[in-house]
Write a protein that binds this ligand. Structure first.
Ligand code: AMP
Length: 681
């Protein structure tokens, strides 16, 4: 065991200076140099992080589409996130944890929650609407060292896979960073996934340990994480050696043979004041796996490297988000998603910022909670998916105006199309740039974005922007592979090598990496599986997944284009358009619209009026070919926990077919709502 007792913090950064590349403040030049002189460009960016050993080669592209960045360089993600900042910002907050779930009522019902906080060691402040824990970089350094020591004492070594199945709590962040510190490969599984999903991931990753909690909370409902882990282990073929349990004092559980109590183990490391030296890893060593759904139904283990990941995220915080050390960043996401990995945990820390970790819903205890948090913590940059904003848009608008949100300088949105009315609603109330940007789990950081840091390409509402440095992205004709002209719809593709930070392969499945992403006619083109169009000014517009496209009488239509047209209707809160089989025309679009006020369709007369208006809006915007064959008004649409509307399930319901596994649904009652809306018709 390389742990040692230390009273003072060691900081190895003093021998190395960190440089920000000098910029001409012109994004077009940066982009061009990243494509034409990629090695020089990324060699410059690599200076932003600490290398224990400098890279010998910036890019090895001898085996495309597999690319290796910063070959021979040795670094450590955790060191770059934590240790490196101790000299300058030891007393600055690294994380601020806020939970609107742990409220007064809960604490009265579960008094053990208070003792659990004491056992876990950090400052807790109770407010009427949320509970808060602040953690400086120095505190984080200590906690991550204790956590790393606990992992090591339980046999976790470099290269071992560790599943983290936890809600949005600080210990989840320690767990991720501790894995990174000792070179273990973490695989965070979203808390909304059930035992089956856990078992699939345990088997594919061959996980040696699972880290979990007794329970989580969602809208006041207790989620029994521990029991789900027990069931997952029963179902898995490959069993972990240990289950490390962070007991939050919410739900008593039966201690099993594999269980290890985190608080007891932490105390041992804390009393010995243990420091675990970071393990220096060759840049291409896997840092984590994140499973994402594929077309086959078996999730793909997106594999991220170490050095490329650190360089890419640090650069993005500067060039894309314009985030500065000392500022506060709030990515309202879950650590189970790529956004949570990149922009709740790693990137803000790499950049020396303060990151907010929020456990709670956007509208509880009331729809002002986001803005109250922004005001109280002086948040500078916000990032979330449009779905959360649409939820707030349905509520009383005055919730937005009660708080001082003047600290916010920009608000980024990604993950799904940003409709114009949601963007305008935010612009009206926040008065800051509302910036759509586009990326995927696979990329780990934005592929297309607007860049408030530069002046030469102003943000254009309605577009997620233009290709980011390093992405040789083009819209191409799917069949011929030729670049499309401005205004012509095609497939969004990226020429290999993918830039640093993107997936390097599918875990232990190089073939699946090629089959899933590089099977176009030109085998060096990565397919995003998204349709897009570039306008005359070079701004991209996403037209939906290639699998969401419908074909009406030989004409291709993106369901998203129709949705855009519908959501401009003042009464519509959100909608989903799917194609259903039609004997004559192949497919026909039908629309499911959630109204801001459901009572509006209580009378047949009103329903008819709204139907006609919605159809009229589509025809006006896209022509008669896009005319929806039917309009339904459900009270809700089925969504994944990450907020994506499950169009495939809606389509199955419309065609009276089985919906498949709905275990990951955020709102199961929406299935009945959709069925009912068709009966109402
Ligand atoms: P995920 O990997 O789950 O984050 O999903 C990535 C997919 O979400 C992309 O392939 C797009 O289909 C969609 N997506 C992400 N960002 C945007 C955006 N800004 N506009 C439209 N679609 C988006």
């Amino acid at each position: 065991m390389s742990a040692q007792t230390a009273t003072a913090v060691t900081n190895q950064t003093s021998t190395q200076t960190f440089q920000k590349p000098t910029t001409t403040q012109n994004f077009a030049d940066i982009y061009q140099s990243s494509i034409e002189n990629k090695e020089q460009f990324w060699a410059e960016q690599a200076k932003r992080i600490y290398w224990h050993k400098e890279p010998e080669q910036i890019l090895d592209d001898s085996n495309l589409p597999f690319a290796q960045w910063f070959v021979g360089g040795e670094t450590n993600l955790c060191y770059n996130c934590v240790d490196r900042h101790l000299e300058e910002r030891a007393e600055q907050d690294a994380f601020i944890w806020l939970s609107s779930e742990i409220n007064q009522e809960l604490i009265e019902t579960y008094p053990a929650v208070i003792d659990a906080f004491k056992d876990l060691g950090n400052n807790v402040e109770f407010y009427t609407d949320y509970t808060k824990r602040r953690l400086t970089y120095n505190d984080l350094y200590k906690e991550v060292n204790y956590f790393a020591d606990v992992l090591k004492r339980h046999g976790i070594e470099k290269g071992d896979r560790v599943i983290i199945y936890m809600p949005m709590i600080l210990e989840a962040a320690y767990a991720m960073l501790a894995c990174a510190r000792i070179g273990a490969v973490h695989s965070v599984v979203f808390g909304g996934f059930a035992a089956h999903n856990l078992a699939i991931r345990m088997d594919d990753a061959e996980a040696k340990m699972v880290i979990t909690v007794d329970a989580g909370l969602r809208g006041g409902k207790v989620i029994n994480y521990k029991s789900l882990v027990n069931q997952g282990i029963e179902q898995a073929a490959v069993k972990p050696e240990h289950v490390l349990v962070v007991n939050r004092g919410i739900l008593p559980f039966e201690v099993k043979e594999l269980d290890v109590d985190y608080a007891t183990e932490r105390r041992i490391s804390c009393e010995a004041n243990v420091i675990v030296e970071p393990v220096w890893l060759e840049s291409n060593t896997p840092s984590y796996l994140l499973y994402t759904s594929g077309t086959t139904g078996t999730p793909k283990g997106v594999q991220r490297d170490t050095g490329g990941h650190a360089v890419a995220l640090t650069t993005s915080m500067d060039y894309i988000y314009d985030g500065k050390a000392g500022e506060t960043f709030w990515a309202i996401s879950d650590i189970g998603w790529a956004v949570g990995h990149s922009y709740t945990i790693y990137a803000p820390l790499l950049a020396g910022m303060t990151s907010i970790i929020y456990e709670g819903l956007p509208h509880q205890p009331n729809p002002g909670i986001w803005w109250r948090i922004v005001e109280a913590n002086k948040v500078n940059i916000l990032f979330t998916a449009p779905t959360g904003v649409r939820m707030l848009k349905k509520q009383d608008e005055t919730w937005m105006t009660r708080y001082d949100v003047s600290s916010v300088k920009s608000f980024f949105l990604a993950g799904e199309p940003l409709d114009e009315s949601t963007a305008s609603w935010l612009t009206k109330h926040l008065g800051v740039p509302i910036l759509d940007h586009y990326w995927q789990t696979e990329s780990g950081w934005p592929i297309l974005s607007n860049t408030p840091r530069f002046n030469d390409k102003p943000h254009k509402q309605g577009s997620p922007g233009y290709p980011m440095y390093g992405y040789d992205a083009q819209v191409i004709n799917e069949e011929t592979g030729e670049p499309c002209k401005a205004g012509e719809k095609g497939l969004l593709a990226i020429r290999a090598p993918l830039p640093p930070g993107c997936l390097t392969t599918v875990w232990r499945n190089d073939k699946r990496f090629i089959d899933s992403y590089f099977s176009l006619a030109d085998s060096n083109q990565y397919s995003t599986s998204d349709y897009a169009v570039v306008d005359e000014d070079g701004y991209f517009h996403i037209l939906g997944r290639t699998d969401d496209v419908i074909n009406v009488a030989g004409h291709r239509l993106g369901t998203q284009e129709i949705e855009e047209a519908i959501s401009r209707h003042a009464e519509v809160a959100e909608c989903a358009v799917v194609g259903i089989q039609d004997e004559l025309k192949g497919e026909l679009p039908i629309a499911f619209c959630v109204l801001k006020d459901y009572e509006l369709v209580a009378t047949t007369e009103n329903r008819f009026r709204l139907e006609q208006q919605v159809i009229g809006a589509v025809v006006k915007s896209l022509g008669g070919i896009a005319r929806p064959a039917a309009i339904y008004f459900p009270q809700a649409l089925p969504k994944t926990r990450s907020g994506k509307i499950l169009r495939r399930a809606i389509r199955a319901l419309a065609e009276n077919k089985p919906t498949g596994d709905m275990s990951t649904l955020d709102n199961p009652t929406a299935i009945d709502a959709v069925k009912q809306s068709m009966k109402d018709y």
